[in-house]
Structures are given as structure tokens and as C-alpha cells.
Design a protein around this ligand. Structure first.
Ligand code: ADP
Length: 280
């Protein structure tokens, strides 16, 4: 009778629902696995480049031991050192991204000289990479910011090395900093500093800007492109800037050659005021 038909159709429905749910779960698992594979492949590839550099220069030192003058030895050693540094930064950025996922603790902030930390970061970049670009530095010597030394270095390093990584050789990269007008309408206006890294590379398509600081985000053109990456650098920058009460963003028209300008803000350290000449 009717009841039997209703019972059968009910169990068929239930069975179909389970099958659909299984199929969705399977599809999600498959996507997750594919995502993990891609991530592992990207990370391994990124690790291999500096590792090859370290290995290659150590091998040269080993094979030609006794035939190299001290200048050559020094050059090869420093190349191997830069490779190690790259490896360390890559591993750190993965660890930082993992930590950031579970919430970064705001670090104690010190008064730091922005110009000297920027120089420190630039000095530690691979000189061969630096030589291929025109680097312009416009950071006032008197500017002091409230920041964590490690965090600030890491943010600058990520932004500057991205500018190198994604821009054609022989282009210009500028690092600048300036004092912002205090925000109006706040009871206790805090002075802020805006720090920008501007390149003249391919730029960012406007429709992709809003997702750029998310974990694993890479531009469509770079996903299958020649430049490898993990999509963690900007995500880590955002977490670090926000842990120091700042903001980070990017400005770009998306027109190749007009480039991108990555900016972030930090609080001005009171010490900066004393080095600013008094107005009569
Ligand atoms: P990664 O460089 O490891 O992929 P990031 O989080 O540092 O990861 O950057 C995310 C993506 O943003 C990059 O894959 C690239 O597509 C884009 N990008 C970052 N910096 C620039 C830049 N200066 N110019 C153009 N594209 C950039």
C-alpha cells in the first residue's frame, strides 16, 4: 500500500543523501590532498634552490682546497652563507605562518631606528641579487618607530625580496618612510609612520588585491609561472604588522611597469620628536 511506498522512497532518499555526502567528502579530501601536494612541491622546490647554492659553493671550496686565494675562499664562503640564510628564512616563514594561525602574541615594542634596520636588511640580501636592481632609500635618519626588531626585519625583508623576485632585472625599487598626520577625532592621537616598498614590476591585478594577504594566496599568473613561492610571505607580514598594532596594504593599478607599492604603518616612537629641530 501507500505506507510501503512511502517507506521505500524514504530509505532510497536517505541512501542517496548518504551517497551524495560521501561523494562531497571524497571530493573535498581529494582537493585537500591535491592542495597539500602542491604546497609540499612548492616548499621543496624553494628549499632546493638555496640548498643547491650552499652545496655547490662548499663543494668548490672542498675540491679546490689549497688552490684558492683567501679572497676567493671568502667569496665562496659568503655565497654559501647567503644560501643558508635563505633556507633559514624559508623555514622560519613556514613556522611563523603556522604560529600565526593560532594567534600571535603581541611582542614588547622597543624604540628602533627605521633607517638602520632597513640598511641591515638590505646588507643581508644576496649581493648578486642587489646588483641587478637600482635600490633607492628614502628613510629619514631621525625616524624611530615602536616595533619588535625581529618582526620589523622580517616584514621589510619579505617585502623587499618580493620586489626583487617579481620585478624584471634593471628596474628600480624604492624604500621610503614618512610621518603621517595624526588621525583626527581620537582622544589621544598617536603619530604613525608609513613605510613603503615600491617596485616597477608587473603590478597586481586590482581584482586579486583583496585576497593577497591570505594564507597561501598567489596571483593566478604566478601559480603556474616560473617564479616559485609558498604564498606565505605576505600573510606572515600581515600577522606581524597587526601584532604591532599597524596596518598593511598594497596599491597597484595592475599595469605592467607601473608596479606595486606595499605599505605598512607603525607607531612613531616618542624619541623621534627630540631629534626633530624645534620650531621657533
Ligand atoms: P610567495 O612569494 O612565496 O608566493 P607571498 O605571500 O610573499 O608569497 O606573495 C603572494 C603573491 O603575491 C605572490 O605569489 C605573487 O603572486 C604576488 N606578489 C607579491 N609581491 C609582489 C610584487 N612585488 N609584485 C607582483 N606580485 C607580487
Amino acid at each position: 500500500g501507500r505506507d510501503e511506498i512511502a517507506a521505500v522512497s524514504f530509505s532510497v532518499n536517505a541512501m542517496l543523501e548518504t551517497m551524495v555526502a560521501d561523494a562531497i567528502a571524497y571530493e573535498q579530501q581529494k582537493q585537500l590532498n591535491q592542495f597539500k601536494d602542491e604546497f609540499i612541491m612548492n616548499v621543496s622546490h624553494e628549499l632546493r634552490t638555496p640548498l643547491t647554492q650552499v652545496y655547490g659553493f662548499l663543494e668548490l671550496l672542498f675540491d679546490y682546497h689549497g688552490q684558492l686565494d683567501s679572497e676567493q675562499q671568502k667569496t665562496f664562503l659568503s655565497r654559501a652563507k647567503y644560501g643558508c640564510q635563505e633556507l633559514m628564512h624559508l623555514v622560519n616563514s613556514i613556522l611563523d605562518a603556522t604560529k600565526a594561525g593560532s594567534g600571535l602574541k603581541p611582542p614588547p615594542l622597543e624604540d628602533l631606528s627605521l633607517a638602520s634596520i632597513t640598511r641591515e636588511v638590505i646588507d643581508y640580501l644576496d649581493p648578486r641579487q642587489r646588483e641587478d636592481y637600482t635600490l633607492e632609500l628614502a628613510v629619514p635618519e631621525t625616524l624611530q618607530v615602536k616595533a619588535d626588531h625581529q618582526y620589523l626585519r622580517q616584514i621589510l625583508r619579505n617585502l623587499i625580496s618580493n620586489a626583487f623576485k617579481y620585478s624584471p632585472k634593471q628596474t628600480q625599487i624604492s624604500i621610503s618612510a614618512e610621518l603621517l598626520e595624526p588621525e583626527q577625532g581620537k582622544s589621544l592621537p598617536t603619530s604613525r609612520v608609513r613605510i613603503c616598498v615600491k617596485d616597477t614590476g608587473p603590478g597586481i591585478p586590482p581584482e586579486e588585491i583583496s585576497q593577497l594577504f591570505q594564507r597561501f594566496a598567489r596571483l593566478k599568473r604566478d601559480v603556474s609561472g616560473a617564479v616559485r613561492g609558498t604564498g606565505l610571505g605576505l600573510y606572515v607580514c600581515k600577522q606581524l604588522v597587526e601584532a604591532m598594532h599597524g596596518k598593511i596594504w598594497v596599491e597597484s593599478t595592475g599595469v605592467a611597469g607601473e608596479g606595486s607599492r606595499f605599505c605598512f604603518t607603525l607607531e612613531l616612537a616618542p624619541a623621534s620628536h627630540s631629534t626633530t629641530p624645534e620650531q621657533p
